[in-house]
Each structure stands twice: as C-alpha cells, then as structure tokens.
Design a protein around this ligand. Structure first.
Ligand SMILES: C[S@@+](CC[C@H](N)C(=O)[O-])C[C@H]1O[C@@H](n2cnc3c(N)ncnc32)[C@H](O)[C@@H]1O
Length: 320
C-alpha cells in the first residue's frame, strides 16, 4: 500500500460525489488526488480533518476563489498554510440544510399536536422551524400560509400532504457544537460550507438564518446521549415530544448507532416520544432493513418504520 492510498481514494470518491453538483469541487478533489505535495500535507492532519469538504471550506475561508481552477486552491493551501491549518483544526463540517424540512414536515403532519420538537445534532437548529415555511411537493400538492420561504421537493408515491402547518409549542435540541444564529462569524462559516455553484442553497440558508433569528431554539452543547433525557422532560411539559434527526447518526461509531436505536425504540415503546429519523441508507440498518433504497437517498422513518426515501438535501421525496 502506498503512503497516501486512503487519502487518494477518499478524494477520488469525493470527486465522484461532487460530480454534477459542483464541477469545481470535482476538479479540486481530482487535483488533490494526484498531487504528491498536497497529499503529503493532508497526511500531516489528523484523519478526521483530511475530509475534502472541510479542507476546501477552510481554503475558501482564507480567500481561495470558487468556482476556480485547481491552481487557485493549491496556491492558497501553500501560501496560507498556517491559517488554513488553524481553520481546519478549529472548525467542523456542520452543514445545516433547511431543505430537509420538505422531507420531515409530511411526517410531522401525521402526529397529534401541539408538538414539542427536539432535534439531536441540530447544528444551528434551522430545521426546528417547520411551521415557518411554505412547501411545494409537485406534482402532488403544497402547503401555504406561513408567510415564510417556500421549500420545494419533487414528490412521488402517496405523499400525505399535511392540511395545515404543525403546531409547534416548543423547540430545542442538542449539538456537540451548536451554532448560534446571532453569531455572524458562525453563520458565514455555515454559508462557506455550501458548495460553490449552489447559489440556490446559499440563498435558502440566508433566509433560514433570518427565520431562526426571530425565534432562536433552546440548543444545548454536548453529546446527544447525555442531553436527551433532560430535553425530553422539558419538552413533555409543552406538548407531544418529537425527537428527530437528519444526517447525524453517521457521525456516531457503530456501537453508539446501535445504542441510539435501542434508546429510541425503548422511548417510543414507553410512550415517551415520537421519533423521526432521516438518515443515509446504511446508517441505521435496523430501520432500513433490507429495503431497496436508491443510492444517495435518505430513509425517512417514523418510530423506526420507513415512510419515505428522501433526497439528502430534501429536493425530492418518494413516499412508500
Ligand atoms: C451534517 S450536520 C446536520 C445538521 C442538521 N441535522 C441538518 O440536517 O441540517 C450533523 C450535526 O450533528 C452533530 N453531531 C454529531 N455527533 C453528535 C453527537 N454525538 N451529539 C450531538 N451532536 C452531534 C454535529 O456537530 C453536526 O452539527
């Protein structure tokens, strides 16, 4: 095995993943994967910090223009190495995608309110305001009247279009590093994580930050296992507790994924809460089962039973 084999394949995989959505990041990732000097530099970072999303975001943070040819990335990585390294070490990829509400809101519509929402792995908590958005699920239907931005997802299958917005009595959550929507620097970093060509996502993010600033959720700092019991107690005084998460459980080690599944199924069986999960297809195997989930789709589930296959950023939903 060559010295940087793992990094080479990680960056090649990332190039495949970015292809179509970001020609710039595809070119950058392929550029890194054949650049001995860059690979050696990545080798000096802790493994978890070598990820392309984080390194590219840090380079852009320090002035790498994007979209731009690979040479622009290389120049910043070489000429501003200490600054880029410091950002890579101090920041994390915590992309908060409010578009995922287009996958979550039809499931919330199946629950009796008022609801007390608890998001584990909330990042800045942008997904805690399902009642502040309008929705379009073409060609099936939509939900209007909130006065907020419109979130759109192409829908297939018998999607249960909610008749009204969820009544949210309380919203709170936990994150290892909660981002404060009032913190301009943290919000600029979130924006910086959106891929260069994705102007629509950037616009949606800015709008979502404004929505959240009007009613910031109660976000706690720490591990979800440590904070969930107290959050449940707090939420239960306001309405039906609903624990939800999207794109979070992949961050847990295998034993903790199983532990989380057991914890949630126990809480649901005991009537303590409802549970909505929206995770990659291999992330919670006990939920996904043997289901034939299309590549790149998340499995959206209620109380551990899959109800939909959803686009990872919420652009499409197939109700099962
Ligand atoms: C990719 S972001 C997703 C944010 C949000 N759920 C969304 O869908 O937009 C994953 C978040 O999970 C958080 N996270 C990962 N492991 C965690 C843990 N053990 N406890 C609490 N938060 C965690 C990370 O800090 C990060 O903010």
């Amino acid at each position: 095995m060559l010295l940087y084999d793992d990094v080479v394949s990680e960056y090649r995989d990332f190039a495949t993943y970015a292809a179509g959505d970001s020609p710039c990041f595809e070119e950058w990732a392929l550029g890194v994967s054949t650049d001995e000097e860059m690979l050696a530099w990545l080798g000096t970072l802790p493994p978890l910090k070598r990820q392309a999303n984080l390194v590219f975001a840090a380079a852009r943070w320090h002035g790498a223009p994007a979209p731009a040819p690979y040479a622009a990335l290389r120049r910043v990585l070489l000429e501003q190495e200490p600054e880029v390294r410091a950002s890579v070490m101090s920041r994390a990829t915590q992309t908060n995608e409010v578009g995922r509400l287009a996958s979550l809101t039809p499931v919330l519509g199946l629950l009796d309110g008022p609801l007390a929402l608890i998001e584990v792995g909330a990042s800045a908590g942008l997904c805690l305001h399902p009642d502040r958005y309008d929705y379009a699920w073409p060609p099936v239907g939509g939900l209007r009247g909130s006065g907020g931005p419109v979130l759109t997802a192409a829908a297939t299958g018998p999607l249960p279009v909610p008749a009204r917005h969820p009544e949210v009595a309380w919203r709170g959550g936990v994150d290892l590093n909660p981002l404060d929507v009032a913190d301009a620097d943290a919000m600029r970093w979130l924006e910086n994580l959106v891929w260069p060509e994705q102007d629509e996502r950037r616009e949606r993010l800015r709008a979502a930050v404004e929505v959240a600033r009007l009613d910031p959720p109660d976000l706690r700092r720490g591990d979800l296992f440590d904070h969930l019991p107290a959050l449940l107690d707090r939420a239960a005084t306001h309405g039906t507790p609903v624990v939800f998460h999207s794109a979070v459980i992949a961050y847990l080690e295998e034993p903790d994924r199983r532990r989380f599944h057991e914890l949630m199924t126990g809480l649901v069986a005991g009537g303590r809460c409802r549970w909505i999960s929206n995770e990659g297809r291999h992330v919670l195997p006990s939920v996904t089962g043997d289901a034939d989930v299309p590549p790149g789709r998340f499995v959206t589930a209620l109380d551990g039973t899959p109800v939909a296959h959803s686009h990872g950023h919420g652009h499409a939903i197939h109700w099962l």
